[in-house]
Structure formats: C-alpha cells, structure tokens
Design a protein around this ligand. Structure first.
Ligand code: CP3
Length: 378
C-alpha cells in the first residue's frame, strides 16, 4: 500500500505546475486523473467537481451510528474507523473528493497541549497559552505521533484506488489548520467570540506570537507531509476564524506564517486550498499566500470574491450551508447562481461556504450534489 501511495505522490507531483522540472514529463504521461485535482490546478475538466465541507458529520445517520460507540477523538485516532467514516460519506453523497476524517486540533497533543471535546461546548484546552514561557515549552519534534491520520488516508486511498464508473479518480483531501486559527484555540482555550486573549498576545508580545506561529508552521508542514506520503492529493488549510482580523492585522501578524505554510506544502508536490470564513475584506491578502485555490464563505457573492482575488488562483465554494434547509426550488436556484457566477471558469470547485450543520436533511445534500453534476458541465 505504501508503494502505491508513493507512486500516486509521484504522479501528483508531476501534475503540479509548480514542479517545473517534471512538468514536461507530465504532459507526456497525462494521467487519467481526478477532475477535482485538475480543477485545483486550474486545468480543463469535464464538469465542475463537487465536495462539501463537513460531509462526514452529525447530520449523517451513518456517522451518528459510529459515534454512538466511539468518541470523536477515538474515531480520529483509529485509522480503520476514520477511513470508514470518510469513505461512507463520500460514497453516500457521490461527491468527487473525500476529506479525511480528522480534526483541526489533533496537532495540539504532540505539541504538549491537552484538550478534549465536551458535549455542547466544543473543544476545551485545559491549560491555554498566555505567556512566552508556555510558547517556548511547546514541542515540534513529535509529529510522528500523528501518523494515525496518514494510516487512515492510506486506507481511503486503497479503497478508491480504481477509477469510478465515469473514469474519474476520486480526489483525496488531507487537511490542517492555519497558524492563526490553531493559535486562537491554543490561546483562548476553546471557541471564542472576540479573540481578546489571542490579540493581546499578538499585540503585546510579538516575539512570542512569532515563535508560536513559526512552531505551528513547522508542525503543520510535517503533518501535511505525512498526509501526502499517505496518499493525499491535495491539502486544505483551514483558517476558519481569520475573519476576526482587520486587513492590517492579518497582513502584519498572519500572512507571513500562512504564506510559509502554503509554500512548504506546495514544495511537497501537491496543490493547496486555503479556506476561511468571513474573509471578504481579506481576500486580496489571502491570495498573496500563493495558494492554488481560495475557499470562499457564502457571505460574498462568488463573482465578487473572484474579482477581489484577481485571476491567479482557483476558487472553491460557496453555497450557504443553511440553504440545505430550503425547499427544492430555492436550493436549485442558489446552486445555479453559484455555478453561473463561476461561469465555467477553469479552477472552480463547488462547495458550501462553511460546514454542513447537524439536522441538515441528507436527501437535500444529495440533491445539491446531483444538481451540480447536472448543471456544472463545462
Ligand atoms: O467531513 C468532514 O469535514 C469531517 C472532518 C472534520 C472534522 N473537523 C470532524 C469533526 C474536519 C475537516 C474538521 C475541521 C475542524 N475542526 C475545523 C475547521 C472546519 C470549520 O468548521 O471551519 C474546526 C474549527 C475544528 C474544531 C472543532 N471540531 C470544533 C470547533 C468542533 C465542535 C463544533 C461542533 O460542531 O460541535 C469540533 C468537533 C467536530 N470535528 C465534529 C466533527 C464531525 C462534530 C462533533 C462530534 O462528532 O462530536
């Protein structure tokens, strides 16, 4: 299996235009490939690829059945179960890519921060970081402890090794958090409304802030590398809460580390999708990271997002996930609006503007995927 994953990595590296040395041979080999991966590279595709944020989650009865017997962290840390949950969601929905079932916060453990998920409360970090001493104590030398995610990816890759009936290779997505969003959990100790402690550290001790983001980049680049070696075709970086920042603060305190992380993951040989929520004002700066694709939330019309980013990258998004509670005619109209705004542009990946929420009717999710497949012809 490892060998297969290695061969896959090699062929993906050749597809990546950043890898100039092997680009010429990529044209000669022309892998059958995955429309999802091709869209990430802004290459021509037969139709708009589609996958959905939080496609494996609590809205899905199959996930809840697994969840009754296992905690969230148990699922994440058991490759057989994480792979099963990933595969079930992708097959049930008929999407073009599978995102590995894991969580943003997993790297906190090997860095030396304990956390747990409390029912109704979300993640709780027991001893949040508030001082330079605590930042100095964080470890970056235990990334191999996250190897269970790569093992799960290997299983997903093996399951989807053969092309699907339409000849397309399902895309496999690995992921990690961005430095700002992960730092916010480490400092606030959980979810936050105003990010006061995070911004206090940023403003009051910029040396500690830089050390923290540098340590995160080292850890996350290593984690992404493992996932690519396990067979991930693309890495998505979640900067979910970056919308809490002004443009000036984003540029000063976050853009350098985010750019470094993007660069280091691309150097492994895979495209990077960079996603955040409430990012309308940040898009020009976010596109300066050099990410292959920027993921948009639903608040900005896709056409306006494209304009803000310029034409240097692909775009992923951006249906409001709560549209999935609407009647068919409204859902269908909104799906068409997103596709029309992308106007068949190379490098559009259909997705939601944020994750599917619990209580979403599964049949509506399946309908949206079907409509994209029907109307998203290029
Ligand atoms: O298909 C998938 O996308 C599932 C894989 C996945 C999970 N977390 C599993 C999960 C992914 C991609 C994530 C990323 C993640 N984790 C993010 C970024 C995505 C985003 O929403 O912007 C964030 C911010 C986290 C941190 C996190 N994990 C929070 C804040 C919570 C609690 C929120 C809630 O919905 O309760 C989690 C828990 C979590 N991670 C769940 C899932 C399916 C739901 C809880 C459960 O099953 O008990």
């Amino acid at each position: 299996m490892r060998q297969a994953a290695g061969a896959r990595l090699e062929s993906r590296a050749m597809e990546n235009p950043l890898n100039h040395a092997s680009h010429a041979s990529a044209a000669a080999i022309e892998p059958a490939g995955s429309r999802f991966v091709r869209a990430c590279l802004r290459q021509r595709v037969d139709r708009t690829p589609v996958w959905l944020l939080r496609q494996a989650g609590r809205y899905m009865p199959e996930y809840m059945a697994v969840r009754r017997h296992h905690s969230l962290l148990e699922i994440c840390r058991t490759p057989e179960i994480a792979a099963e949950v990933t595969i079930t969601a992708a097959e049930r929905l008929g999407v073009d890519a599978a995102i590995i079932f894991a969580d943003l916060l997993l790297p906190l453990t090997p860095m030396g921060l304990d956390f747990e998920f409390l029912a109704g409360e979300g993640p709780v970090v027991h001893a949040p970081i508030r001082t330079a001493e605590q930042v100095r104590a964080l470890r970056t030398d235990r990334v191999e402890e996250l190897g269970y995610v790569a093992r799960a990816i290997e299983k997903v890759v093996a399951h989807f090794a053969a092309p699907r009936v339409d000849g397309d290779q399902l895309g496999i997505i690995g992921f990690c958090g961005a430095p700002f969003t992960l730092a916010s959990y480490m400092i606030e100790g959980g979810s936050s409304r105003n990010y006061i402690e995070t911004k206090k550290l940023m403003y009051n001790d910029s040396a500690a802030w830089s050390m923290l983001t540098e340590k995160l980049v080292a850890m996350l680049a290593g984690f992404a590398q493992q996932q690519v070696e396990g067979g991930a075709d693309v890495i998505q970086i979640f900067d979910s809460w970056v919308g809490a920042l002004s443009v000036a603060d984003y540029r000063q305190y976050c853009l350098p580390a985010a750019t470094e992380l993007v660069r280091r993951i691309q150097a492994i040989g895979v495209p990077v999708i960079y996603f955040g929520v409430d990012t309308a004002s940040l898009l020009p700066a976010m596109s300066e990271t050099g990410a292959d694709v920027i993921g948009l939330d639903w608040r900005i019309p896709l056409a306006a997002g494209l304009k803000a980013m310029g034409h240097g990258c692909g775009v992923q998004g951006n249906l409001d996930p709560i549209t999935l509670f609407a009647p068919d005619d409204v859902m269908e109209a909104r799906v068409r609006e997103v596709l029309d705004a992308a106007a068949g542009r190379q490098g559009h990946i259909f997705n939601l503007g944020h994750g599917i929420v619990p209580g979403t009717p599964v049949e509506n999710v399946i309908k949206v995927v079907q409509w994209v497949k029907e109307y998203g012809a290029q």
